[in-house]
Design a protein around this ligand. Structure first.
Ligand code: ZN
Length: 171
């Protein structure tokens, strides 16, 4: 199962909620008030417990996607989560049944899992070492390297150009 687009976007936005701003890491969930509206706009309830879970799952997923820790390290985040069957005209689907405050965090892990299976390697860190953002490459060629061409792509290209011209001038 590939998670639907909305879940994929929500996961990416969670992973990208610690951008580098003016040379320092800015955490969009650090301020409780700002976090509450972030949670609500992403389908959460906005509680403090939910925020705590989200920050924990974000840290873990960021490290796993960067390759800094193994995927198995995510298992505590799914501990005790069970699924229950739901019958519709299309058949039976199994839906996770976590406590309310864990729902967003559990969904983030499940979406990551669905991407690993359905679109392996497509969720990855931006190739700019000074950028902390991630990208989800949905293109056919699967060659995207930057979180966004406008932000990092052009910046890195300009830097390479600058280094080349400087080297040429020095030669
Ligand atoms: Zn970037």
């Amino acid at each position: 199962m590939v998670a639907d687009r909305e879940q994929q976007d929500a996961l990416l936005e969670l992973l990208n909620s610690t951008p580098v701003v003016n040379g320092g890491v800015h955490d969009e969930l650090e301020d409780p008030e700002a976090a509450r509206s972030w949670q609500r706009s992403h389908g959460g309830s906005g509680t403090a417990a939910e925020r705590k879970q989200l920050m924990e799952v974000r840290e873990a997923l960021q490290q796993v996607v960067r390759g800094d820790r193994p995927a198995t390290s995510l298992s505590p985040l799914l501990k005790g989560v069970t699924s229950h069957p739901r019958i519709t005209a299309e058949g039976v689907s199994w839906e996770p049944n976590p406590p309310a405050d864990r729902r967003m965090a559990v969904e983030a892990v499940l979406t990551w899992g669905a991407l690993q299976q359905g679109m392996p390697g497509r969720l990855r860190p931006c190739a700019n070492p000074e950028c902390r953002l991630f990208l989800l490459d949905r293109s056919k060629t699967n060659k995207a390297r930057w979180c966004s061409m406008a932000l990092c792509g052009n910046r890195m290209k300009a830097r390479r150009h600058y280094q080349r011209t400087r080297k040429a001038a020095a030669d």
